[in-house]
Design a protein around this ligand. Structure first.
Ligand code: SF4
Length: 422
């Protein structure tokens, strides 16, 4: 519910612009009161303080309405070193990278750039977005397509690995490019991914013909970078296929471009339930008022939300950091779902942790926090083996008496095997 005060402020912006107000203006929780210099009005919005300071410093003449537009954010993305150097002091490793040609381009929305520490090259969010020289160092085990998706693709842009579900690579575009991206061989590559209706129709025909497919994951690239109309084209056609029971969208947009989660988008998404969303979170600092607003809006529209997090060295490979992330996610109604071992893509060794680190994080969580806060730790097996879950060893021994189990405190309990009643 909007407060009366907020309604009147919103109305004043309506009148001044004679257009629909920016979506952020209709929020009544976690409000920041701000003065929009360009429009000459005071508005209440869910803006993080750090983001507001950044906007005032680097975009003083941009109105809050423009800043809150996802199209404005996308069109002003930071894609060159020259632009980036206006905002941050580049380190030697970053500068060395600037001179080399890389496969995965740089792209950061101004909003997400506002969360980057300009002075600290080791800040987690900065490490995930700003290329460094280490990306050019290739380890022997690394491959461009480590999950073997291209070999499990019956038609272009569709991966059919598991019996009853498919991955639909709807677009190659992302709102921001993550430096550890598993699909760095194809995202931003127009030769590999087309988002034309003709290319999609081939994939849709395949799904129609394969009645065993009950679950479609729309991913890419990031499907939420597309317009509502294009996304609805896909969702509506998938919904017309009787055997498709659930549709999932995989996206990082709510994190790097929360402005995209407009009231119009969620109105459209609601028509295609059951619809789930897997959101790609990396670090607790990503959970800002803007992101909380976007996720709450999606949850209010009835979308079950889960998070997928890649375990990254120096970013989130610490039980306490992951715990903070999980707790913050639950507060914005996102269930921590997967914690992935970082895939072996070329130039990712500086991000990859030992497998034991993931197990250590799960062990530090189980029993010490709500079960809802504990993700599945998985390795996506090389060459198309699929996701394989790993757990700390809670089964100490199995013998003729039953199972000897170890609990989270390291205490042992015998669980007897079921026997016939006497
Ligand atoms: S948003 Fe996803 S697909 Fe896009 S670069 Fe990041 S990890 Fe890759």
């Amino acid at each position: 519910m909007k407060s009366p005060q907020l309604l009147s402020l919103t109305s004043s912006v309506y009148e001044e612009n004679e257009t629909e107000p920016p979506d952020l203006l209709s929020h009544s929780g976690a409000i920041t009161r701000i003065q929009d210099r360009k429009l000459g009005v005071t508005v209440n919005s869910p803006f993080g303080e750090k983001t507001l300071r950044f906007k005032e410093q680097f975009y003083p003449n941009v109105s809050m309405k423009e800043w809150s537009s996802w199209q404005w954010q996308l069109s002003r993305s930071i894609t060159s070193w020259q632009q980036l150097s206006n905002f941050i002091k580049l380190s030697d490793r970053e500068l060395m990278s600037a001179e080399m040609k890389k496969k995965l381009p740089m792209r950061i929305t101004p909003y997400y750039a506002s969360l980057i520490d300009p002075e600290d090259p080791l800040q987690p969010i900065r490490r995930t977005m700003v290329p460094v020289y280490d990306e050019l160092l290739i380890s022997p085990e690394e491959k461009p397509d480590p999950l073997g998706e291209e070999t499990q693709s019956p038609v272009p842009q569709l991966v059919h690995r598991y019996p009853d579900r498919v991955l639909f690579l709807a677009t190659g575009v992302c709102a921001a490019y993550c430096r550890y991206c598993t699909r760095s061989h194809m995202v931003s590559n127009n030769d590999k991914v087309h988002s034309s209706f003709t290319s999609w129709d081939v994939a849709l025909d395949y799904i129609r013909e394969h009645t065993e497919i009950r679950d479609v994951l729309l991913s890419g690239g990031d499907p939420l970078t597309m317009s509502d109309n294009r996304l609805e084209y896909l969702l509506s056609r998938l919904r017309q296929i009787p055997h498709v029971e659930i549709i999932r969208i995989g996206s990082k947009v709510p994190v790097v471009l929360p402005q995209r989660i407009t009231s119009g988008l969620v109105r459209m998404l609601k028509k295609y339930h059951p619809l789930f969303m897997s959101i790609h979170f990396t670090h607790p600092d990503e959970i800002t008022p803007e992101v909380a607003f976007a996720c709450n809006r999606l949850a209010d529209a009835g979308l079950p939300l889960g998070s997928q997090t890649v375990l990254l060295k120096g970013v989130n490979d610490d039980p306490e950091v992951y715990r903070q992330l999980a707790h913050k996610l639950l507060k914005i109604r996102v269930r921590p779902y997967y914690l992935y071992q970082c895939d072996q893509i070329p130039g990712s060794a500086h991000f990859r942790t030992p497998v034991a680190k993931g197990l250590e994080i799960i062990k530090a969580l189980r029993g010490f926090t709500s079960g809802y806060a504990i993700p599945h730790f998985v390795i996506d097996a090389p060459d198309g083996g699929g996701k394989i879950p790993l757990l700390p060893n809670y089964l100490a021994e199995r013998n003729e008496k039953g199972y000897l189990l170890r609990n989270y405190e390291g205490k042992y309990y015998l669980y007897p095997e079921a026997q016939e009643p006497v």
